[in-house]
Design a protein. Sequence first.
Length: 365
Amino acid sequence: MNKYKICVYAICKNEEKFVDRWMDSMSEADLIVVTDTGSEDNTVEKLRQRGAIVYVEEVKPWRFDVARNISLSHVPEDVDICVCTDLDEVFEKGWRAHIERVWTPDTHTGKYIFNWSLKADGTPDVQVPYSKIHSRHGFIWKYPVHEWLCYVGEGPQKMVFLEGVVLNHYPDSSKSRSSYLPLLEMAVKEDPTGDRVSYYLGREYMYKGMWDKCIAELKRYLALPTAVWKEERCAAMRWIAHSSYKLGKIQDAYGWYFRAIAEAPHMRDPYVECAKMAYLLKDWPMAFLMVEEALKIKEKSKVYTNMGYAWDHTPHDLGAIACYWLGMYERALAHAKAALEKRPDDKRLQNNLALIEEKLKSCQQ
């Protein structure tokens, strides 16, 4: 017999292709409640056929927090545990048992592993902690986009780690991000001292190629007294560096990469990104140095600001190229082999390895 009444709740729009996979994954819950915000395909019908309780709600003007709060309001009052997911997310089997093993009646939130992206072989790429499993009462969603689950209950919040709970994300690349920028600008206007939305807005400016605005907003973020999370501060400095490079301000870019390294020296990302820039500039000594330092870091931090390319073939690939142009052919060979081990079917890496091997032979003759 189950210890708690568990409800999965979600918002959706035009996601019929995900319905069966998602419902299979969420079927360990006692009930599944979905708020559809205007699908024009068969999402609603398919969800109902599979047993979900579906409400159709129009949210105008669109805000993710409003939609999430409406969705949460449809969860019955007698539910013990709420599980918020999206239709492009899938739990690994057995998630309910893992929750019930550690949950207690006074628990408010459960933290678990979220694989934001997966490699081609199905192993985690970007992996972060998530906490969208919560008690029925004492929570609201906040911010128009990149919405955040906020505890507003009485007394201190009790959080438990839900060991064994893993949620995998299979993003729909066809979905547009066009609404994100105006919603983030709205969020910052509503909460100008909010470090989280300021960071996201600066990053969004970078995604849009709005380099000056990215730099200005992220400098404002770094000056906020609440912006103290070193990994996120490091990421902000990395985006400023990248934007500076795009504006042709090379010394500024190097300076910001060095600041990012000083902020979070345990993260590979600033080293690898600096090495990538040095590669583009043909600054081979700098590329070599950054790769060597990056590869000394053996443990990947579980934060959302890390990037998969800091841990795939990229560092060794950059190292092989830098060492080749520095005349360090044996080290280039070692890097090239290591890069190919991580991506054995890559023709360019195969060709690079062959080129380095040929160069070594000619030097030894």
